[in-house]
Design a protein around this ligand. Structure first.
Ligand SMILES: NC(=O)c1ccc[n+]([C@@H]2O[C@H](COP(=O)([O-])OP(=O)(O)OC[C@H]3O[C@@H](n4cnc5c(N)ncnc54)[C@H](O)[C@@H]3O)[C@@H](O)[C@H]2O)c1
Length: 274
């Protein structure tokens, strides 16, 4: 049986990149999917391509009423909401902390942190009464370490890891799981802007990301979609409050290490080797 057969999912930021990859994967696995995004044309085009099991909802995650309406649309169209993916995102404020305005901070946090909080809130509103559901939010390797992204982005993504644990601690007694996925640089419009300054130079982006990856290749949206799928479906039924890192070991430290090539032995005291 398909892994999301009979399930309904709502994915924010589904018109592009990782969200679109998750939408494709979810439909392959039998789900009904509401594609929620501010980008109407690509959102509608993807819904048309994926067929009858999908709906497009215009949804700006900075507006609570839009998120509430997208959740209600999923329930009205498909009878329930089983999976919520809080994926919508931007890079937001860039540059030195010293030069970052409070307005740029607020606009970035409104999407990356408050948008995720509101997504969890409104998914919980319809999942908790049914005592069933899985919520997956997009954190980032920038949510695990410093120096991997812009300051406000890094703060927001650490916040996603935090609210994932906090919401899981409330919802687990009600049968709703809450998890996150933390990718490192993945080929998408967002990274293309960072790497090349244009949103659609995917080949150049992939080459640049591959060159800095310890595994020697760059992750595609489909790679992240597979991690989201695992947390969304019942294969992860005992997993909650977890952030699944998908980063080729980036956040484990610098590899390769000197300690991998040193001659094997035992060192117990300074200067004495057995
Ligand atoms: N690509 C990466 O390297 C990477 C790494 C770690 C985490 N992420 C996270 O993954 C998520 C998806 O990013 P992506 O790389 O696919 O980027 P992307 O730019 O391809 O897609 C982001 C989508 O979010 C939508 N969006 C932006 N603001 C919105 C809003 N206010 N309301 C609703 N939709 C909005 C955009 O229209 C777009 O369709 C983001 O949360 C991002 O921070 C990406």
């Amino acid at each position: 049986m398909a892994r999301l057969e009979g399930k309904t999912a709502l994915i924010t930021g589904a018109a592009s990149g990782i969200g679109a990859g998750a939408a494709r994967r979810f439909v392959e696995e039998g789900a009904n999917v509401v594609l929620a995004d501010i980008q109407e044309d690509p959102g509608r085009a993807l819904a048309a391509e994926l067929g009858g099991a999908t709906r497009y909802a215009r949804c700006d995650v900075t507006a609570e009423s839009d998120i509430a309406a997208a959740v209600d649309l999923a329930v009205a169209q498909f009878g329930k909401l089983d999976v919520m993916v809080n994926n919508a995102g931007v890079l937001g404020a860039v540059g030195s902390i010293v030069d970052t305005t409070a307005e740029a901070f607020d606009r970035t946090m409104a999407i990356l942190a408050r948008g995720v909080f509101l997504g969890i809130k409104h998914a919980g509103r319809v999942m908790v009464p049914r005592k069933s559901g899985s919520i997956v939010s997009l954190a980032s390797s920038s949510g695990m370490i410093g120096g991997d992204g812009p300051h406000v982005y890094t703060m927001a993504k650490h916040g996603v890891v935090g609210i994932t644990k906090s919401a899981a601690s409330e919802f687990s007694a009600q049968g709703v799981r809450v998890n996150a996925v933390a990718p490192s640089g993945t080929v998408s419009a967002l990274t293309s802007m960072v790497v090349t300054g244009t949103p659609d130079s995917f080949e150049a982006t992939e080459n640049a990301l591959a060159a800095s990856s310890s595994l020697g290749f760059a992750p595609l949206p489909a790679d992240i979609a597979n991690a989201i799928l695992f947390l969304a479906c019942d294969e992860s039924r005992y997993v909650t409050g977890h952030t699944l890192v998908v980063d080729a070991g980036l956040t484990t430290g610098k590899a390769p290490s000197y300690f991998h090539t040193i001659e094997a032995g035992l060192v117990f005291e300074a200067g004495r080797r057995e």
